[in-house]
Design a protein around this ligand. Structure first.
Ligand SMILES: C[S@@+](CC[C@H](N)C(=O)[O-])C[C@H]1O[C@@H](n2cnc3c(N)ncnc32)[C@H](O)[C@@H]1O
Length: 283
């Protein structure tokens, strides 16, 4: 029987199965991902690596994980390396996730006398933009048309592109307070039926760039507040410290650095002043 020509990686029922990954191959890929992104893949993440990178082996017609690993080391394959890094990230996020942090942001601004303009907030590890647009809604509510800006960065170019569009499935709007939804979001029509778009007046003040917290960062700041939430959980202490220091370096003295609720900076020796769990002041 002649083999069905399968459009690689397109989910054809006749697609070639992904080859198995040996312990040695997994160990090499794990080391590379950790060096590049800081993300620590435990032994239990083997199936995840096979599942996520398997589609790339098929798409690039590569016969083994060893051959794919060698491909990633080729400087001419920088784009494939970015795709592989994108695939290894977990981008779960939502609007008004861990909502008390947005109350803390609002309280911090109310306590500032006067508010320093331009007031700038950084969503470091912004994923598809929900966190950055949530911050923007809070700033618009409090500061109106005064000079404020939000900047989002993420290692994944795929989510950065989605964040720039500001277009989301309607289900994601459920966590946005109704008044803010009406004020700052537009219901999609026609080809965008079932979606909503962040209004232009907010999108104009929110920018996104791709940036890796494990590598020297361009100067984005200085920021008045930085959100570094739900990314440190993927790192081991040395990488956590690198990320925290890189972000804190671009926050003004007296500004805030906020981490996720399941994240702790205890024992990192970061020099930040803890204000309450997950909230730190930059000295
Ligand atoms: C779970 S999401 C968190 C999104 C948002 N901060 C939140 O709390 O909802 C984690 C994000 O961190 C990003 N990330 C992982 N490693 C990174 C790195 N080294 N530099 C920058 N971003 C990274 C991932 O691409 C992903 O979008």
């Amino acid at each position: 029987m002649t083999a069905e020509p399968s459009p690689a990686g397109q989910g054809s029922p006749f697609a070639q199965p992904t080859p198995a990954i040996s312990d040695a191959e997994f160990s090499r890929i794990r080391k590379l991902i950790k060096e590049l992104t800081g993300i620590n893949l435990s032994d239990q993440k083997k199936a995840l690596v096979v599942g996520r990178l398997g589609s790339r082996l098929r798409a690039r017609k590569v016969a083994s994980f060893e051959a794919y690993f060698r491909m990633l080391q080729n400087p001419a394959e920088a784009q494939e390396l970015q795709v592989a890094m994108d695939l290894m990230t977990t981008n779960e996020t939502s609007f008004f996730r861990e909502p008390e942090h947005f109350t803390i942001l609002a309280d911090h601004i109310r306590a500032l006398r006067p508010v320093p303009f331009p007031f700038r907030v950084w969503s470091a590890a912004s994923s598809s933009g929900e966190e950055a647009y949530t911050i923007a809604m809070v700033l618009a509510d409090l500061l109106g048309t005064a000079e404020w800006r939000v900047h989002g960065t993420d290692i994944s170019s795929r989510v950065v592109e989605r964040a720039r569009q500001g277009l989301y499935p309607m289900e994601r709007s459920a966590s946005i307070p109704k008044n803010l939804l009406h004020e700052h979001c537009l219901k999609g029509q026609g080809q965008h039926e079932g979606m909503f778009l962040i209004s232009r007046h907010l999108r104009q003040r929110v920018t996104f760039t791709q940036a890796n917290l494990m590598q020297p960062l361009p100067s984005f700041g200085p920021f008045d507040v930085a959100f570094l939430r739900n990314v440190l959980i993927y790192f081991e202490p040395p990488q956590k410290k690198t990320a925290v220091e890189a972000v804190a370096a671009q926050v003004k003295p007296g500004g805030l650095l906020i981490v996720g609720h399941s994240e702790s900076l205890t024992g990192l020796g970061h020099g930040l002043i803890p204000l309450r769990p997950t909230v730190y002041r930059v000295p």
